[in-house]
Design a protein. Structure first.
Length: 306
């Protein structure tokens, strides 16, 4: 896995358009199907979901870092029992946001006894051991709530244990099951001490992929209303040699589309010719290429599929 792909998988995965997007148009532009592109095309729902258009160009302006944490979530909330939750939001509402940085939080659990956290997704259960540490390792233990590897947590005092930042993007089939449920179902236990919680799921419009999906040349497109036709575009990005964050992405051509199912998550297979373009690591100062979808709100400084 090359350096740019590693950055991408640790970050936003597919860049997001924040301007120049035409919404609620009566039709989409014609889309060129190339190579082995596939699109998810369920029967559109009956509630008149809008079509979306690709932007002709947009600026890749960076966003400031988010500020949120487990201790802040406990303000004005009862703390008379053990708690477990995942938070991806910097507002006052605790929620899990698909494909974004998140924190795993525990309250009222001993830091010197084994702790496990279990996610229930449909008929499957994913159990993760929790490892209290004084200093995080470089990968935070490597756990993500779905791969069975331990997740490290630090003691914040007052009974709060907090993980390092995790990227909340469940693999299939957990992702679709959680999306259809509309919430993340968590349980935590340590000996006889047990608790359970349900955290609402947010579908902010965007696209991304797990490492396994990327190897299959696939991306997930999510968050749009069911029945919406969502185009995917290939963009050429002018390399910002000054590192100002003001790079300009210009549409090269549409590469396909998906239609949102009821789960609001669709899978798109990247055409082979497009995959060859975005997989090449450019020399310093050269333009590079990205895939993107319309109308998505950036939550991180943009990185590129490559």
């Amino acid at each position: 896995m090359n350096r740019r792909l590693s950055w991408w998988l640790a970050g936003l995965c597919v860049i997001a358009i924040t301007s120049c997007t035409a919404e609620h148009e009566p039709s989409t532009p014609s889309l060129t199907k190339r190579g082995n592109a596939t699109a998810t095309r369920p029967t559109p729902s009956s509630h008149g979901a809008p079509d979306f258009l690709l932007s002709q160009q947009f600026d890749l302006g960076g966003t400031g870092g988010t500020r949120f944490g487990c201790s802040e979530d406990l303000k004005d909330r009862p703390t008379d029992r053990p708690l477990v939750w995942l938070t991806s939001s910097e507002d006052e509402n605790v929620r899990a946001i698909l494909n974004t940085e998140s924190l795993l939080c525990l309250y009222g659990f001993p830091k010197n006894k084994p702790i496990t956290v279990t996610v229930t997704a449909g008929s499957r259960a994913y159990t993760t051991p929790i490892r209290p540490v004084s200093e995080f390792s470089t990968d935070g233990g490597g756990g993500d709530l779905f791969n069975g590897r331990p997740i490290e947590v630090q003691d914040l005092g007052d009974g709060v244990l907090q993980s390092g930042f995790l990227w909340f993007f469940p693999p299939e089939p957990a992702r679709e099951a959680i999306a259809l449920d509309g919430r993340l179902r968590l349980a935590a236990s340590s000996g006889d001490l047990r608790t359970a919680n349900e955290v609402p799921l947010s579908w902010e419009e965007g696209a991304g992929a797990t490492e396994a999906e990327w190897k299959r040349h696939q991306i997930a497109v999510y968050g749009y209303p069911p029945g919406t036709r969502v185009p995917i575009g290939l963009y050429r990005v002018q390399n910002d040699q000054e590192d100002t964050g003001d790079e300009l992405a210009v549409l090269e051509r549409p590469v396909g589309e998906v239609v949102m199912p009821e789960s609001r998550i669709a899978v798109f297979t990247i055409p082979q010719d497009v995959f060859r373009i975005i997989s090449v690591e450019p020399e310093w100062g050269e333009d590079y290429y990205c895939l993107s979808v319309p109308g998505a709100e950036m939550r991180q400084p943009p990185t590129c599929v490559s």
